[in-house]
Design a protein around this ligand. Structure first.
Ligand code: SAH
Length: 352
């Protein structure tokens, strides 16, 4: 019998599982508390659970991490990139981004092993999709980082923000991601406010609409990257399936349903999508949409020919958007030198 991964269950599901197994629901609450409040990864540590019950749980379920820390790379700016080895031998990465001045400790986590979306500038796309992560594997990245950073130089800052901008397309693994979000947000779980959780998508229209109907207060980020279909088609094959017009309709629907501002990511690539005309085209496109643009100067990926624009053209692009009344910021680059910057996560260690 395959043991149940208790971290793949929301608190409600864990209670149901305990009841089905013939135990009182409050035992699930206790176990949940041990996992998320005390970081327990072993039933043996759960002192208020009777030894006999711990033994039975051991037979049927597990709380041990699905991820073994393989490597942690520390950048000078405090960013840490984690490489995890999963039980099936695959690797995934997550990044810890501390902003101590703002008391913000963000983590960037993965939702899939590899990715099927094949964006032409992104390192994760290289190996294609291997598989979806389970909720337990998503949650284990958070627990793992917490464990690692508390032992390391940061003391115990506690993670305050989570972004699904690591490897994979979170909306292509929506059920597992939603359940992980439930655990992140659960006051007895990680207790991270919904508004501090960001889900970033390449633009899967049906799933954006599905998410809209759930009316969650999380931050939806949409990777736009091009001001028109011609450029976006070149960069993001998904645009051929869901062109910009359809995508923006879904985004408007999302804003309408949730009342939340949407964030657009726009990677600036030298001489490809960074001209003043393209800035104006982008401003026209987004005029009237409750949004914010995050400009991300490309982090060049070794094998690809695309380059990062000069500082001048980044500023000019930003100035034009601001002048057109579009709110926008330039993403501060973090984790350079350890290949932890946006789009550089990949499973280098994987066979092949
Ligand atoms: N699949 C999701 C989340 C992962 S990508 C998505 O597409 O949004 C997270 C962000 O990193 C996206 O905005 C993506 O456009 C950006 N990104 C990918 N490769 C990059 C690179 N080489 N340089 C800068 N940003 C990159």
């Amino acid at each position: 019998m395959k043991k149940q991964d208790l971290k793949s269950l929301s608190r409600k599901e864990m209670k149901e599982w305990f009841v089905e197994e013939g135990y009182p629901a409050y035992r699930a609450e206790q176990v949940f508390n041990w996992i998320y409040r005390h970081g327990a990864d072993d039933f043996a540590a759960m002192q208020n659970i009777p030894a006999a019950l711990r033994g039975e749980l051991e037979e049927k379920a597990y709380v041990k991490s699905n991820l073994a820390p393989e490597e942690a790379l520390y950048a000078e700016d405090g960013t840490v990139k984690f490489l995890w080895k999963m039980t099936d031998g695959h690797f995934i990465e997550s990044v810890f981004l501390p902003y101590p001045e703002e008391k913000r400790y963000s983590i960037c986590i993965s939702s899939q092993v590899g990715c099927a979306m094949n964006c032409s500038f992104c390192a994760t796309a290289r190996g294609g999709l291997v598989r979806n992560l389970t909720t337990g594997e998503i949650v284990d990245q958070v627990l793992g980082i917490q464990r690692e950073i508390s032992r390391e130089k940061y003391g115990q800052p506690g993670i305050t923000n989570v972004v699904f901008m690591g490897m994979g397309e979170p909306l292509a693994n929506l059920p597992a991601v939603l359940k992980a979000i439930e655990i992140l947000n659960d006051e007895k779980g990680f207790n991270i406010g919904m508004r501090r959780i960001t889900l970033s998508t390449c633009g899967l229209v049906p799933e954006i609409r599905e998410l809209a109907r759930m009316d969650l207060q999380l931050v939806l980020a949409v990777s736009l990257n091009g001001p028109n279909n011609q450029i976006r088609n070149k960069l993001m094959p998904i645009n051929k399936k869901y062109p910009i017009e359809e995508l923006l309709e879904a985004v408007k629907y999302y804003i309408d349903k949730t009342g939340r501002r949407v964030s657009f990511e726009y990677i600036l690539i030298d001489k490809l999508n960074d001209s003043p005309e393209q800035a104006r085209e982008l401003a026209d496109l987004l005029q009237g949409i409750l949004c914010h643009i995050n400009l991300i100067p490309l982090n060049p990926v070794r094998e690809f020919a695309y380059g990062r624009p000069a500082g001048d053209s980044i500023n000019r692009f930003r100035e034009i958007l601001l002048a057109e009344g579009i709110e926008c910021t330039v993403r501060q680059e973090r984790g350079t030198g350890i290949e932890a910057a946006c789009g550089q996560l990949r499973h280098l260690r994987n066979k092949g």
